[in-house]
Design a protein. Structure first.
Length: 83
């Protein structure tokens, strides 16, 4: 991790930075909101024939390679994320 700040805002920036390093956390409401957005996108993607075909194509073309993994995950995986 690193910190870049202007001289006049360094004290405040340092306080925020050290708090993040010492106590990293995510608010449950924020995690729930982001999870809902991602799940909605994944459901929309799986409902579209074009997107579904693209997912199958990628899984075949990139089989055994990290590119075969979906960047946002799967509905099953994202559903398991909690704080």
């Amino acid at each position: 991790m690193s910190l870049t700040s202007t001289a006049e805002k360094f004290s405040r920036s340092w306080g925020v930075f050290t708090d993040l390093v010492k106590d990293p956390s995510f608010a449950a409401a924020d995690v729930d909101r982001i999870r809902s957005v991602i799940l909605a996108g994944l459901r929309n993607e799986s409902a579209s024939p074009d997107s579904s075909l693209g997912l199958v194509e990628e899984s075949v073309v990139y089989a055994g390679h990290p590119y075969a993994n979906r960047p946002l995950g799967t509905i099953e995986n994202v559903s398991k994320i909690y704080t």
